[in-house]
Design a protein. Structure first.
Length: 357
C-alpha cells in the first residue's frame, strides 16, 4: 500500500472539486460517508481513481472515521483534510464538502485564467522571435548579396541586424541552449508545484501584478472563511486556518494585523472583526460592512461566499481586459518591427536602383 501511495500525486483542484461535490450530494441524499465511498468506487472510471478510493474504503471498513481515511489516503491537501475533520465533528460534513467543492472550483478557475494570461502572450512572443530571426538570419543575407552585386553594402540599422544575425549563426549552439533553458523555466513555473509557488510569490510582490494577486488572495481568504463559518468555527480559529490557506505573504501579514486590531493593546481597545478587516486592508469598507451585516443576520458564511464570487468576477474582468489589450499590442509591435527591418533594406535598395536607372 505504501508503494501505491508513492505513485499517487496530490489531487488537483479539479479532482478535489469533483470528489467533494460527489460526496456532498451523496451525504445530502442520506447516505453515510462509508457508503458514499463504496458508491464512488463502483462508478470509478479510471484505474487511478480506484487506487485513490480503495485505501479510503479499506480504512473505513476497518472501523476508522471518514476524516482519518481521507488523511491516510495521502493525496488530499492538509486544508481539505482539516476541514473534512471539522465538518465531521460539527455534524455539517455535507455543507463543508459542498463549500470545499465551490472553493476548489474557484481555485481551478483562477489557476486556468492565470495560465491562459501567461501562455498566450508567451506563444505570441515566441512567434515574434521566430519571424524576426528568420528575417535576420535568412532574409537579410540574401539582400546583402544583392547589395554586393550592385557594388555597395548595407549600412546603419540593416547592417547592425545583419551582424546580429551572423553572430547568432556563429553561436547557434549557445542560442539553442538558451531557448531550451527558457522553455524549461516556463514549464517549471507553469507545471511544477514548487515553480508555481515561486511564480506566485514573485507576482504578488511585482508592482505591475501586485494588485491583481492581492485580489486573488482576498478572494481566497473570503472563500476559506465561507467554508469555516459554514462549519461553525469561531473567528480566531478561522483566521488561523485562513492564514495557512491564502499562500500570499502580504495577505498573511494583513491577517496578523487583523488579529492584532481585534485583540487591541493596553492603550488601544480592540475593535470588531468587520472593522479590523477594513483597517488591515483585507477587504474594502463596503465588503467589511457586508460582513458586519452577515454577523448580525446570522448568515456570515453566505456573505463571505458572495464576496468571494465578487472577487472572482473582478479577477475574470481583469484577465479579459489584460488579454484584450495585450493581444493587439503584441501584434502591432510585431508588425512595426518587421516593417522596420524590411524598410531598412528596401529603401536603400530602391535608392540604388533609381540612381542606376
Amino acid at each position: 500500500m505504501a508503494d501505491t501511495k508513492k505513485k499517487l500525486k496530490t489531487l488537483t483542484n479539479k479532482e478535489l472539486a469533483v470528489f467533494c461535490d460527489q460526496m456532498s450530494m451523496i451525504l445530502k441524499a442520506g447516505q453515510t460517508p462509508e457508503a458514499g465511498i463504496q458508491l464512488m468506487l463502483e462508478d470509478a472510471a479510471t484505474e487511478e481513481a480506484k487506487l485513490i478510493l480503495n485505501p479510503i474504503a479499506e480504512t473505513c471498513n476497518r472501523g476508522e472515521s471518514f476524516p482519518e481515511a481521507v488523511k491516510n489516503a495521502g493525496v488530499f491537501p492538509k486544508y481539505a483534510v482539516d476541514m473534512i475533520e471539522i465538518g465531521n465533528t460539527s455534524g455539517k460534513l455535507d455543507e463543508v464538502l459542498e463549500s470545499l467543492a465551490n472553493h476548489y472550483n474557484r481555485e481551478e478557475s483562477v489557476a486556468q485564467a492565470i495560465k491562459s494570461a501567461v501562455t498566450y502572450p508567451f506563444l505570441i512572443v515566441c512567434m515574434m522571435l521566430i519571424v524576426i530571426l528568420v528575417l535576420v538570419i535568412k532574409v537579410l543575407p540574401i539582400f546583402q548579396q544583392v547589395f554586393v552585386q550592385l557594388g555597395t553594402e548595407m549600412t546603419g540599422f540593416s547592417k547592425g541586424l545583419l551582424n546580429f544575425g551572423n553572430t547568432l549563426t556563429t553561436y547557434s549552439v549557445a542560442f539553442i541552449v538558451l531557448l531550451i533553458v527558457i522553455a524549461a523555466l516556463f514549464v517549471f513555473f507553469m507545471k511544477v508545484p514548487a515553480g508555481k509557488k515561486l511564480f506566485s510569490k514573485f507576482c504578488s510582490t511585482f508592482p505591475l501584478t501586485k494588485s491583481f494577486y492581492d485580489k486573488i488572495a482576498s478572494g481566497r481568504f473570503a472563500s476559506g472563511m465561507a467554508i469555516m463559518k459554514a462549519a461553525g468555527l469561531d473567528t480566531d480559529t478561522s483566521l488561523d486556518l485562513a492564514e495557512q490557506l491564502v499562500d500570499n505573504p502580504a495577505m498573511v501579514a494583513k491577517i496578523k494585523e487583523c488579529r492584532k486590531l481585534m485583540e487591541g493593546s493596553e492603550d488601544t481597545p480592540g475593535i470588531s472583526f468587520s472593522e479590523s478587516l477594513a483597517k488591515a486592508g483585507i477587504f474594502s469598507a463596503m465588503y467589511s460592512k457586508m460582513v458586519n451585516i452577515g454577523f448580525k443576520s446570522g448568515s456570515v458564511d453566505k456573505v463571505f461566499k458572495k464576496i468571494a464570487d465578487s472577487y472572482d468576477e473582478e479577477i475574470d474582468n481583469s484577465m479579459s481586459n489584460m488579454i484584450s489589450i495585450l493581444e493587439p499590442t503584441l501584434v502591432i509591435i510585431l508588425s512595426i518591427v518587421v516593417c522596420l527591418i524590411l524598410l531598412s533594406v528596401i529603401m536603400p535598395l530602391m535608392g540604388i536602383m533609381s540612381s542606376i536607372g
